[in-house]
Every structure is written in C-alpha cells, then in structure tokens.
Design a protein around this ligand. Structure first.
Ligand SMILES: Cc1ncc(COP(=O)(O)O)c(C=O)c1O
Length: 451
C-alpha cells in the first residue's frame, strides 16, 4: 500500500463519524480496492476509481410533499393579490438574507429583467457585465435593447475583474451587473466603490450564490437590487423560480408592481400604476421553497466543509488550481466547485480528453462556459432595426473589439467544474475525486500518446 492510501485510510477513519451532517444518500462506506487507483485508466479499459453515484438532486422529504399538497387542496394555485405562500417565502427569504424586502418571480431571468426595469435601463444605455456567466445575464440586457459591455474575468477567481470596471464606464453606462459565479463572491468592495464614484446602481446576479457572503453580509443585499434563481439545479430549488432582494422601498414597490402586470400598491385588480408583465411565482413554487429552505443551511455547511477538504487535496496536484476567493469572502455559496486545468502539467493532455477520462473514472464534470462576449447571436441582435436606430454605426462596428476579454478566453479553455450535489455526500467522496485526478495526472502521457 502506498503512502497516499495509508493516509487516505486514516482520513477515512477520522471522517467516518462526521459523515457530513448525515446528508449522505446512503452510499455504502466500503473501502475501494487499491487497484482502481493505481491501475490502468478507466478510459483505457481499466477499473474506475468510483462506481457509486454522487448524491441525487433534488432531495425530497415528507415536509416537501406536505407543503405541495397544502397548495393543491387550497384551490389557490395562483398568487392572486398577496398570495399566502409567496408572501410567507418573501418574508422568510428577506429575513434570512438581511434585506428589508423580497419580491418573488417566475424565474431568475425575470428577476433580473424586473430589476433592470426598476433601475431604468432603456435602449441607448450601456450595462456592465462579466463574460463568464450564464446567458440569462446577457439576455436581459438585450431584452431592454441596451448595449452589453463586458469586463474581463479574473482567472484566479473566475469572477469579473472589478479592477477593470472603471475603464469601461462611459456617459451611457446605466448599471453594473456583477455575477457571483458558482457562489464565489465578486470583490464587492471594488464594485461598490466604483459604482458610488459614478453614481451607478448595482444589480447583483446572485442566481448561483444562495449562501454567499461578503464581509459577513449576504450577497444580493450589497447592491441596489440582488437576484436569485430557484431553477432545478440551484442550491435552493423549486423547479423554476426567482427572487429580488432590496432594502429600498421605491425599488420594492416598482418590482412588486412590475411582476404583477403593473398593478398599483393598493393591489386593486384592474388598477395599474405602470406597464408591467405577468412574471409571478405560483403558490406551488413558494410552498416548495419554504420547505426546501429548512435544509439550505445544513446543506451549505456540508458543501463548504467538503469543498475546503477537496481544495486541500487538489491544490497539491501540479496543474490544478482551485478557484481562489477574495479576502472579503466570508462564505462561498458553492453552486459549482471550479478549478483551472493546466495541460502543461499533464503532458500536454487536452482538457477535453482530461474531462472524458475523469467521467470514465466515475467523476461527473464539465468544461463550463464558452466566451459569452463572442456569441454570434449578439452581432445578429445588433443587426435588428431597433439596435440600428438606437446606436451609431461606429458603436456597433467597434463593439467586438471593445469587448474583447483575453483573460476570459483563456479561462474558458482551462476551466473544470464539479456540481454542487457532489459536495453533499461524505468526505470520502472528495478523496475519490482527488484520486481520479491524481490517477490521470500520473498516466497523462500514456493517455495522450493513445489519443
Ligand atoms: C448566473 C445566472 N444568472 C441568471 C440565471 C437565470 O435563472 P433562471 O434559469 O432561473 O431563469 C441563471 C440560471 O442558471 C444563472 O446561473
């Protein structure tokens, strides 16, 4: 038995009692035969490091069923007026995060869309965003016929490089939209400093950061508005769903009205304060969220504990660089576990091949996003009549060059993700992940020559 396996056995014994807060989904604790670690790579016909599945998602218990059935039998499925469950969840989520108000919406995209309307983003305006994000962050800007302005990524953290925001601000800039990608908080000191200097509202896209904290304050409560998604993959999940957090009564009133067809504060059925839309959450979604919320804290602690341990293992492997957190981060929401893969330390093995090998070892993984600023549909959108009317030919012609993000291009080639559910099981799951990466590192040359 080699040193690693001896140490692993020791750690396994140590962590057996801890078994991460009882969140394991019943995966048996049988020690793996050592041949799976030292043997041939699974992609080359050897035995996989891991054959057991990682924890399944969503986790459904009796209380979820009770919540769901209560709505079903109440006959009030739609959030009419104040909505019993929707209002309860809004109060609970605002209190949990330390904001004055919460407005729930049909999804994260509509939460962002409502927020951009609330801060008055219109055609002709520019909105600052990172290129390393889900397409929804961009789509809501295009929905307003505003111009997206990308600020390059900080490859070490996978987040917007906040030091580069100011250089992108012009007289047309209307709003800054940082995204706490993967749950890892953006450097909010720098974002808020530059936003204050230029008197710009900040709309935080916290869609992946339900328990993220910056200097002990929950992300989404630092800017003018903060948005969440409760889509099926998210750490707090109701299939689909969204929420907007704010402590500003005027913005709160706007968002509440806008997501309900522009109805006025009095809530009269056919009296309208403004143009709006139907972006409402259903009572089913809200009832489910109230029940799922009871487990968020426990699940988050498990992820944090496992992620810390996984980082301690992975950072010892040359060529693997786990995403760094900024100094002000007091809590990472871990929707994703992200690291950079440097093929130079893996005998030049391309990332795509590394990912395939990892999958074959029984470790689900992804190469993550491609560069959003280079999406062809953006230029096609700029070809529409409204964009050609609103922006000068030069604005649109220069756009690609002005929005080049070379650091992000590199990040998109190096990134590897693990999913939040993989951090919910026992600590030995992290050993499996690290074992699989080490096994590939040891045999990368052999794999490369056979590819
Ligand atoms: C960063 C980010 N922003 C926005 C969204 C949009 O949320 P939804 O899918 O709930 O509309 C998502 C969802 O994946 C996201 O990850």
């Amino acid at each position: 038995m080699d040193n690693h396996l001896t140490r692993r056995h020791f750690l396994h014994t140590l962590s057996a009692g801890a078994s991460v807060l009882g969140l394991s989904t019943g995966v048996a604790a049988s020690p793996r035969p050592s041949s799976s670690m030292g043997g041939k790579l699974a992609i080359l016909g050897g035995k996989s490091v891991r054959t057991e599945p990682f924890p399944a998602w969503p986790i459904v218990r009796e209380n979820d069923e009770r919540g769901w059935m209560e709505v079903l039998h109440s006959s009030e499925w739609c959030r009419a007026g104040d909505g019993h469950f929707a209002t309860q969840f809004e109060e609970k989520w605002a209190e949990t995060l330390g904001a004055k108000y919460c407005v729930v919406t049909s999804c994260g995209t509509t939460a962002l869309y409502t927020s951009l309307n609330a801060v008055g983003v219109e055609p002709g305006d520019e909105v600052i965003l990172p290129p390393y994000t889900f397409v929804a962050t961009l789509n809501v800007i295009l929905m307003q016929h505003a111009l997206p302005v990308f600020v390059d990524s900080d490859r070490e953290t996978f987040q917007i490089d906040a030091r580069k925001i100011e250089a992108k601000i012009t007289s047309q800039t209307r709003c800054i939209m940082p995204v706490h990608l993967g749950g890892n908080p953006v450097n909010m000191d720098l974002v808020l400093e530059v936003a204050q200097r230029h008197k710009l509202p900040v709309v935080e896209d916290a869609c992946q950061a339900h328990t993220g904290e910056w200097r002990r304050r929950r992300v989404s409560t630092l800017g003018a508005l903060g948005c969440f998604s409760f889509q099926a993959s998210k750490n707090l999940n109701s299939g689909e769903g969204g929420a907007i957090l704010t402590s500003d009564p005027v913005l709160h009133e706007f968002c509440k009205s806008f997501q309900d067809q522009g109805r006025g504060p009095a809530g009269a059925a056919f009296a309208y304060a403004r143009q709006g839309s139907n972006l409402r959450m259903t009572e089913f979604q809200a009832a489910l969220l109230l029940q799922q919320l009871t487990r968020v804290e426990e699940q988050s602690r498990a992820r944090e504990q496992n992620a810390r341990y996984l980082t301690s293992l992975l950072r010892e492997i040359p060529g693997i660089s786990p995403a760094r957190m900024y100094d002000g981060t007091t809590r990472n929401g871990y929707h994703l576990y992200m690291f950079r893969y440097d093929k130079a330390h893996f005998d030049g093995l391309p990332r795509a091949r590394f990912l395939q090998a990892l999958e074959k070892e029984g470790i689900p993984c992804s190469g993550g996003y491609s560069p959003l600023n280079k999406e062809r549909f953006i230029k096609e959108t700029f070809n529409s009549r409204v964009y050609r009317k609103m922006y000068s030919e030069r604005d649109l012609a220069d756009w690609e060059e002005r929005n080049a993000c070379p650091e992000n291009d590199k990040l998109c080639e190096e990134a590897v993700w693990f999913f939040q559910t993989m951090l919910l099981g026992p600590r030995r799951d992290m050993d499996d992940i690290a074992d699989a990466v080490r096994k590939i590192a040891q045999q990368a040359g052999a794999l490369r020559s056979q590819s």
